[in-house]
Design a binder for this molecule. Sequence first.
Ligand code: GTP
Ligand code: MG
Length: 308
Amino acid sequence: MVFGQVVIGPPGSGKTTYCNGMSQFLQLIGRKVAVINLDPANDALPYECAVNIEDLIKLSDVMVEHSLGPNGGLVYCMDYLEKNIDWLESKLKPLLKEHYLLFDFPGQVELFFLHDNAKNMIMELIKKLDLRLTAVHLVDAHLCSDPGKYVSALLLSLSTMLHLELPHVNVLSKIDLIESYGKLAFNLDFYTDVQDLSYLQNEISQDPRSAKYRKLTKELCEVIEDYGLVNFTPLDIQDKESVGNLVKLIDKSNGYIFAGIDASAVEFSKIAVGPVDWDYYRYPFSRRLTYKWIPFIELINSLYLLIL
Ligand SMILES: Nc1nc2c(ncn2[C@@H]2O[C@H](COP(=O)(O)OP(=O)(O)OP(=O)(O)O)[C@@H](O)[C@H]2O)c(=O)[nH]1
Ligand SMILES: [Mg+2]
């Protein structure tokens, strides 16, 4: 079983920066990480990538050869990648033994709630390579500063969740910048928990530009609430506590915390509902350990820390 994340979100939401920061964090807690760049428009990569789509197809070549713009070119590249999935599989196979995978995808949102190429490709990889992947959907926290934009971020997140059908974590990225966008109409919890959107409708009603869409917005908010699927985790990629909280959530969603644990269904459900602590991060090979060894290792670990 191989675990990893499919990192998606609108252009500029911070996906590449996230892959860089997340891979550094995961390495610090003892995991071997491979970042896979599947965005052919990513020219200056801040991380060292294990697989790069540029070795298969170049966006600039596609645009020239088929007279396409950047968006059409990216859709073409994803289609091409899906047809050449064997290439990606062969590149991933040597990494599977000991790596945690981070897939950096392009920011064209239509690839993830409209077209099927990216989804088919991910499903194929999951099936053939026995992967356990969580979709991490980044949305710029800036969108909270405008009620209309926030509703569109909610809709985008919901439609991506429904389309991809993967374990899914929505993230409000660049939360460190939120104060610079002015005072928010509500506390941050309101935007992250997505509990009662009727308050938001009052805000929208006061906005003369949106007045004529009032009824439409109300109906859309009701759809989002009826599904009850969307919420957000705030993230400042430079803050290790913030990244750590997100890692705990992702590890629960793709089953990383359960891997290698030889326990009953009751034990599993206890782990699932309880708060995740950091113990399982301390042992890089804990995935292969059975539960009974953990107290022993904890003792060794404490002695080691004492000596240090
Ligand atoms: N302040 C702050 N800036 C961030 C954060 N994450 C990303 N950025 C900045 O946001 C900009 C866009 O980040 P990228 O990582 O390139 O975003 P992307 O989603 O990969 O963009 P595309 O690949 O073009 O879709 C860069 O200038 C980053 O430095 C964050 O957590 N805080
Ligand atoms: Mg990028």
